[in-house]
Write a protein that binds this ligand. Structure first.
Ligand SMILES: [Zn+2]
Length: 245
């Protein structure tokens, strides 16, 4: 089965370097889905001419706006489009309430989404969700705890895509990325820049066992040092094809 992934956004919360907020679009013959849906995601979908109606599922790593804020605009777009088919949102426990609040905050009074068939599937830590066409494993990571931060290991067809979410280094990332076809790992800083995120200086000391590593969520200081980075760095718009194994 042929799987492909497009980087819709690989920026941090501040769109450093002109990069969009986090979102990855994965398409396969069986299912099309987003991993994260940051505030700028609808713009990116339109830029790369991906119809919102083609998306069956949206998987969210944690409750920060640069990872889920785009749901407001995505859902309103689908309401406008009179979407009939269900949209499945796979996310940390309680995010349905947060999405409701965000829609109401941005569009007071006009925000009813009751016409949409939104189906939430929640995950806790170390959970495996077998959702027929896709398997999602959730790993607890170290970020603002209020956001219920998780890394995700997604199996679609015979391919494994691992994603760190936002986190400082945690040994959970070894199991999360082990033998993954692609491990998209956040690397906000070049040198140690503070808590909640990984730095390149830390990451390069780790012995990862993924087949391909790609850095994302890069801040200004990381981008300023891009020339001395030895790992592959994501770019907005980049497409990664996984031919049939
Ligand atoms: Zn973030």
């Amino acid at each position: 089965m042929e799987v492909s992934l497009r980087i819709l956004g690989c920026g941090d919360a501040f769109c450093s370097g002109g990069r969009s907020n986090t979102s990855f679009y994965v398409s396969s013959p069986e299912i099309n889905f987003l991993i994260d849906c940051g505030a700028t995601t609808l713009l990116a979908l339109k830029k790369y001419q991906i119809p919102t109606g083609d998306i069956d599922m949206i998987v969210i790593s944690h409750m920060h706006g640069d990872h889920f804020g785009g749901l407001v605009f995505f859902l309103l777009e689908e309401k406008k489009n009179k979407r009939k088919k269900p949209i499945c949102i796979v996310c940390p426990v309680g995010m349905d309430e947060k999405v409701k609040q965000a829609v109401e905050l941005y569009y007071p009074g006009s925000s009813t989404l009751s016409e949409l068939d939104i189906r939430y599937v929640f995950f806790g830590s170390h959970q495996t969700l077998d959702l027929e066409k896709i398997k999602i494993e959730s790993f607890p990571v170290v970020h603002s705890q209020e956001t219920l931060p998780h890394g995700l290991r997604v199996t679609v067809g015979d391919r494994v895509i691992a994603y760190s979410g936002d986190t400082e280094w945690t040994d959970e990332l070894y199991a999360l990325s082990d033998r993954a076809d692609l491990f998209i790992c956040e690397c906000n800083f070049y040198l140690d820049g503070g808590p909640n995120h990984i730095s390149y200086s830390t990451l390069k000391t780790k012995k990862l066992t993924c087949k391909r590593l790609m850095l994302t969520h890069m801040g200004e200081e990381m981008l300023d040092n891009a020339e001395s980075v030895e790992f592959e760095m994501a770019e907005d718009g980049m497409v990664i094809n996984f031919p049939k194994n």
